[in-house]
Design a protein around this ligand. Structure first.
Ligand code: UDX
Length: 444
């Protein structure tokens, strides 16, 4: 099929490359010329496993990237993959990029040969699809709308797109129109559907809600275990053992029960806030009051990490050297959006600590943004002379660190395990003062 993808960020660029991998003829459009220039050369503009290989395979052979909206004219499906960030000074989502994408499609899409589908992938406030479909209906062109939310996780985005765990179509109430939209999506996703991927067909609001409901559930699960970490801290318990024990109940499950400095990134924090804002507009804010608590628990984790660093140096951070291991919001990405690690590091900096930050993917970007910070290339350099070492993003190479070797580099052997991923016993035996988040060294 001929496909356009509007917006070539973490979502759109991966979606475009994966659509080419599924055998489609794809054009990706973005207003950011630096990003497009890289993609058009087959170079990934951000760190995402598997994306460089897909770009290498398909750019110039069925996959193009452009800043010229006229080039999307012939597509049979236009996917919208632009961002819906938190609005400045407000918890609601900024819809201006989605609205601009719709305007571009209305202006450039050619529909002389029959109906053309617009498929929204961006996370939007419920009610958006209905509003946009009315706009498309009034455009004078045969443009149909479906909402087809995306569930990809950064770091696993290629696999999540090529072999999704489910596909959701939000279709218009008019069945005849809906069937045309469904047939186009079925053709587009023929391969994953043939492989047995569950398909859920629903109306617009359900499809829009599925995405924010999923992210709210995940955020709630993380904040639940972080609340338990607070209890463990107050009582001497170990939240990792607690999570392991409750996770064996398959009604609960063990995933997303990793307590630590909490969630961040471009999705969970802003999605739960935008969801609360929308519930307020709909007059059902009470239904989501719990998300306020989820957000508050999450933000308290960052305060707790700052306090632990302060306690490690007897309350005086000024002039103390803190080595920060990992600055992205999670491993296997270079994404710094709403990163808890970056927030904590910035607060330590504001309290007078000398920071030395190492990150396997975001080092160059951090140096560009914060030339005042020390961002060495290796853990050994970062740890040299440190009074506190803080592991804030669980990159695999940090989990494999040898505590006996690292202790020879530091000034004082304080390790704060912000993700509860190190073996407390092993680090303590090597001479470190180990502090986890809701977890301390214990004999059991
Ligand atoms: C999320 C959703 O998982 C994905 O389905 C959706 O499409 C987009 O938002 P992503 O933002 O890539 O994906 O990150 P995710 O893997 O969900 O992690 C989010 C944050 O939660 C990270 O900061 C991570 O470190 C944190 N986290 C995750 C925990 O603190 N504990 C856990 O147990 C799991």
């Amino acid at each position: 099929m001929r496909i356009s993808v509007i917006g070539c960020g973490y979502l759109g660029a991966v979606h475009a490359a994966c659509m080419a991998e599924l055998g489609h003829d794809v054009v990706g459009l973005d207003v950011d010329s630096a990003k497009i220039e890289k993609l058009a050369r087959g170079v990934a503009p951000f760190h995402e496993e598997g994306l460089p290989e897909l770009l290498e395979r398909h750019v110039c052979k069925g996959l193009r990237f452009t800043t010229d909206p006229a080039e999307i004219a012939d597509a049979q499906i236009h996917f919208i993959g632009v961002g819906t960030p938190q609005r400045q000074g407000h918890i609601a989502a900024d819809m201006s990029y989605v609205d601009a994408a719709i305007a571009t499609i209305i202006e450039h899409a050619r529909t002389d040969d029959g109906p053309v589908l617009v498929a929204g992938k961006s996370t939007v406030p419920v009610g958006t699809a209905q509003r946009l479909s009315e706009r498309l209906a009034g455009s004078g062109k045969q443009l149909l709308l479906a909402w087809n939310p995306e569930f990809l996780r950064e770091g696993h985005a290629v696999a999540d797109t090529l072999t999704p765990d489910r596909i959701v179509y939000g279709l218009p109430d008019d069945h005849d129109v809906g069937h045309v939209a469904k047939a186009l999506l079925d053709e587009c996703y023929a391969k994953p559907l043939a492989a047995g991927t569950p398909l859920i067909v629903a109306n617009y609001p359900t499809a829009e809600l599925v995405k924010v409901a999923a992210n709210s559930f995940l955020a709630t699960k993380i904040s639940f275990i972080n609340a338990m970490a607070e209890l463990c801290d107050a009582t001497g318990g170990d939240v990792t053992r607690l999570a392991e024990a409750i996770g064996h109940d398959d009604r609960i499950g063990s995933k997303f029960l990793q307590a630590g400095i909490g969630f961040g990134g471009g999705c969970l924090p802003k999605d739960i806030r935008a969801f609360m804002a929308r519930a307020g507009e709909l007059g059902v804010d009470q239904a989501l009051t719990f998300l306020r608590e989820v957000d508050a628990i999450n933000l308290r984790r960052r305060d707790a990490a700052v306090e632990l660093a302060e306690q490690a140096v007897q309350g005086r951070l000024v002039g103390k050297k803190v080595a920060v291991l990992g600055i992205t919001f999670k491993p296997d990405t270079d994404d710094l959006r709403d990163s808890p690690a970056l927030d904590i590091a910035t607060r330590l900096w504001a309290r007078g600590a000398e920071l030395s930050i190492v990150d396997p993917a975001a080092g160059p970007e951090l140096r560009r943004r914060r030339p005042d910070l020390s961002v060495p290339d290796t853990v050994d350099e970062a740890a040299r002379g440190a009074d506190v070492v803080m592991l804030l993003t669980p990159w695999r190479e940090f989990l494999e660190l040898d505590p006996a070797a690292l202790i020879t580099k530091v000034n004082t052997p304080n390790i704060i395990d912000g993700r509860n991923v190190l073996d407390p016993q092993r680090w303590a035996e090597a001479g470190w003062n180990y502090v986890g988040m809701g977890r301390r060294v214990s004999t059991w």
